[in-house]
Design a protein around this ligand. Structure first.
Ligand code: PLP
Length: 394
């Protein structure tokens, strides 16, 4: 039986990690995988996470099962973080999932149950795991235009034209903030226009929010999601705690399903629990418990927010430095988009051969589509990258 297996396509980003590790050069720079790194290149455990872990170790008396959808206190804390008061609580069903990826997967499973003929609309480009999961589940998908490779901003006209073709019941996957891989994001008036298109077509939004707090701050990053959730009858939201709490390996995420009327919430809640049971039974608890403790304890929360803000401002400063150094080296503003983009990533918008030249000649690793992880830089390596970009003729 096992001999029937054929090799699956390798994950390009994880493949890049392997290549970087195998590179013997001391001065190599990793701008590939989407993990936050500080100035020393470390991905630290956040202070509030450490403090919550200590408290948990001292107070936890059992590791017995929780509930299939995870702890209600986790749901409440995350709903508050992502949605604030934008939606009535009794319209929201929620389930803890293994990371944001788990939430996206469960959202797709839910779509498959509710409307297997729905087409899932994805931005071009998007996080490669989106189409990969959809293809694996055998759901129909289509792309909408998103990124203008000339301006490196959102091609909103193209996006609006394409989304107008969505059919009633289709699902439109939107990045809540800090678009991966481009770094180009919708403005609030553009979010409002997307909502009008969704309302006209009868399509349902699925929002993937994996970087809340990495762009313009916790509240601003959630503004688009909140606008959609408050104005659309139905909405699915997949949120990840991996990045903003730095709990990547704990696999902490949540799927929220907002029904038009509160009397549907019980069935939606039961379905989320059922789907968890079919796929992995109980969701991981450790990370969810830490997140709940942090969000509900004022001192832990204040410290987490302060550290998250440091992380955000650090990335913003690196963006500004890189744009300024490139401006000085090239005498042009064509890299100004790096300071306009938000989140951990920017797409340089160059060809694969230039990306290869950066790797081979300069030991600078980024994804083949020219996505670079800003957090992989520090004050010194920004200059090295800027010179290398000019050297390979980008
Ligand atoms: N969505 C996007 C756009 C991402 O970039 C990621 C992680 O890279 C995720 C979701 C899910 O992250 P995780 O499953 O690690 O929580």
């Amino acid at each position: 039986m096992l001999t029937n297996l054929t090799a699956q396509p390798a994950d390009k980003i994880l493949e890049l990690v392997g290549m970087y590790r195998a590179d013997p050069r001391d001065n190599k720079i990793d701008l590939g995988v989407g993990v936050y790194k500080d100035a020393e290149g470390k991905t630290p455990v956040m202070r509030a996470v450490k403090a919550a872990e200590k408290q948990l170790w001292e107070t936890e008396t059992s590791k017995s099962y929780t509930s299939l959808a995870g702890e209600p206190a986790f749901h409440d804390a995350m709903i508050d973080l992502v949605l604030g008061t934008s939606v009535e609580r009794d319209r929201i069903a929620a389930a803890a999932t293994p990371g944001g990826t788990g939430a996206i997967r469960q959202a797709m499973e839910l779509v498959k149950l509710a409307n297997p003929d729905a087409t899932i609309w994805l931005s071009n480009p998007t996080w490669p795991n989106h189409p990969s999961i959809i293809k694996f589940l055998g759901l129909p998908m289509r792309e909408y235009r998103y990124f203008d490779s000339e301006t490196r901003a959102v091609d909103f006209e193209g996006m609006a034209q394409d989304l107008a073709e969505a059919k009633e019941g289709d699902i439109v996957l939107l990045h809540g903030c800090c678009h991966n891989p481009t770094g180009a994001n919708l403005t609030l008036p553009e979010w409002a226009e997307v909502i009008s298109i969704l309302q006209e077509t009868g399509a349902t939004p699925l929002i993937d929010i994996a970087y809340q707090g990495f762009g313009d701050g916790l509240e601003d990053d959630a503004a688009g999601v909140r606008m959609v959730a408050s104005e659309m009858p139905e909405c699915l939201i997949a949120a990840s705690c991996s990045k903003n709490f730095g709990v990547y390996r704990e696999r902490t995420g949540i799927l929220m399903a907002i029904s038009e009327k509160a009397d549907n919430t019980e069935v939606a809640q039961g379905t989320l629990a059922f789907l968890n049971r079919q796929n992995f039974s109980f969701p991981p608890d450790h990370g969810a418990r830490l997140v709940t403790m942090i969000l509900t304890d004022p001192a832990l929360r204040a410290d987490w927010q302060a550290e998250l803000e440091e992380v955000r401002l650090n990335m913003l400063a690196l963006r500004e430095q890189l744009a300024a150094e490139l401006q000085a080296l090239t005498g042009s503003d064509r890299f100004g988009f790096l300071a306009q983009h938000r989140g951990m990533f920017s797409r340089l918008g160059t060809s694969p051969d230039k990306v290869l030249a950066l790797r081979e000649k300069h030991g600078i690793y980024m994804v083949g589509d020219s996505r670079l992880n800003i957090a992989g830089l520090n004050k010194n390596s920004v200059s090295i990258l800027a010179k290398a970009i000019v050297d390979v003729g980008i």
